[in-house]
Design a protein around this ligand. Structure first.
Ligand code: NAD
Ligand code: TYD
Length: 347
């Protein structure tokens, strides 16, 4: 079987490629990635040595390039990770998110129709459900929760999901969708909360916590997400949505404190800064369908996962240093340079 992984030079796609090479050694894997700021060939360096793996540089919004990919590779399965993925960047520049996340998905779906496909899998997010109140711990996102987005990022991901479902209903395209909670682990670009805090702490720089740090995210170790996607490909029902998460909710400030403890760094590094616009309060996945229908459950506890992640960043300094020494410096200055600092009581 030949599996094309779009966006495989990014965080989750890269981890998924390693997961496939290990768990599906007979399959041929093609990574198709435009190498945006978030795509990194260093992430795929070890995969490049595997004869079952091939990298093709290309943009999912480029119809000609995507059609050529399908004509040449004749994939059996497409797993689409390619996206603009950072909420803060979507607040700065929404149009890029509409182009890649919506139009790009449309181009891939058209190619699937034209050339035929065994399965198109869309890697989506729990953010399409909007947020939950902080004072209702009894509420969770299920697959039937209404789409109710907050950011240009989540709106673009929800739009893509609707398009995927429309192509299933209208053209009978064999699709599946997974909506996962926040991931963490190796190869995570250091603009997102966990890797940013680890890298800053390693450098004894301030850790910018938005608002009071009371927002809640539901964290899943990236390998567990990869396992879930493979199970959906192997056993999932066509046309279905699957929520992926492991009931691991934490406030941002508690995550930051855990990272500081792991690294033996002082809490004085924490700096409360102006909140994100439209900041979603709480995400929380109900993974019952994944568990009952596919027998999936996360294998990694947060305590183990965060320890492994911190250790990975400690031992892969060259990987993140190449990122933070490049164009990323301009982003960091834009995002944090002039951000107001806040005084907060500890929560
Ligand atoms: P990422 O930003 O680390 O990687 C995105 C990858 O897509 C990069 O390699 C980039 O070069 C590539 N890409 C961007 N635009 C492209 C284009 N036009 N054509 C081809 N490739 C392009 O993102 P990630 O965190 O690995 O997320 C991957 C997917 O998983 C996204 O669709 C995201 O919405 C979804 N997701 C992420 C999380 C999370 O916690 N990170 C959680 C749930 C779902
Ligand atoms: P992020 O990793 O951007 O993921 P998402 O917003 O898609 O869930 O952010 C996770 C949480 O951490 C979110 O509530 C915003 C917060 N955050 C900070 O407090 N400081 C930061 O510098 C960043 C990047 C995020």
């Amino acid at each position: 079987m030949k599996i094309v992984v779009t966006g495989g030079a990014g965080f989750i796609g890269g981890n998924f490629i390693y997961y496939l090479l290990e768990h599906r050694p007979e399959d041929e894997i093609v990574c198709y990635d435009a190498l945006s700021y978030a795509g990194n060939l260093e992430t795929l360096a070890a995969a490049m040595k595997n004869p079952k793996f091939k990298f093709v540089k290309g943009d999912i919004t480029n119809r000609t390039a995507v059609n050529t990919l399908f004509a040449v590779e004749k994939p059996d399965v497409i797993v689409n990770f390619a996206a603009e993925s950072h909420v803060d960047r979507s607040i700065e520049q929404p149009d890029l998110f509409l182009r890649t996340n919506i139009m790009g998905t449309g181009v891939l779906l058209d190619a699937c129709r034209q050339y035929g496909i065994g399965r198109y899998h869309q890697v989506s997010t729990d953010e399409v459900y909007g947020d939950l109140p902080l004072d209702r711990p009894d509420l969770f996102f299920t697959e039937t929760t209404n789409l109710h987005t907050s950011s240009p990022y989540s709106a673009s991901k929800a739009s893509a999901d609707l398009l995927v479902q429309a192509y299933h209903r209208t053209y009978d395209l064999p699709v599946t969708i997974s909506r996962c909670s926040n991931n963490y682990g190796p190869y995570h670009f250091p603009e997102k909360l966990i890797p940013l805090m680890i890298v800053n702490a390693l450098e004894d720089k301030k850790l910018p916590v938005y608002g009071a740090g009371a927002n809640v995210r539901d964290w899943l170790y990236v390998e567990d997400h990869c396992a879930a996607i493979l199970q959906i490909l192997e056993k999932g029902r066509v046309g279905e949505v699957y929520n992926v998460g492991g009931h691991n909710e934490r406030t941002n400030i508690s995550v930051v404190r855990t990272i500081l403890q792991e690294l033996g760094k002082p809490e004085s590094l924490i700096e409360y800064v102006a909140d994100r616009k439209g900041h979603d309060r709480r995400y929380a996945i109900d993974p019952t369908k994944m568990q009952e229908e596919l027998g999936w459950a996360p294998a990694t506890s947060f305590a183990d996962g965060i320890r492994r992640t911190v250790e990975w960043y400690r031992t892969h300094e060259a990987w993140w240093r190449h990122i933070i020494n490049g164009e990323y410096q301009n982003y960091y200055e834009r995002m944090y340079g002039h951000r107001a600092k806040l005084e907060y009581a500890r929560i």
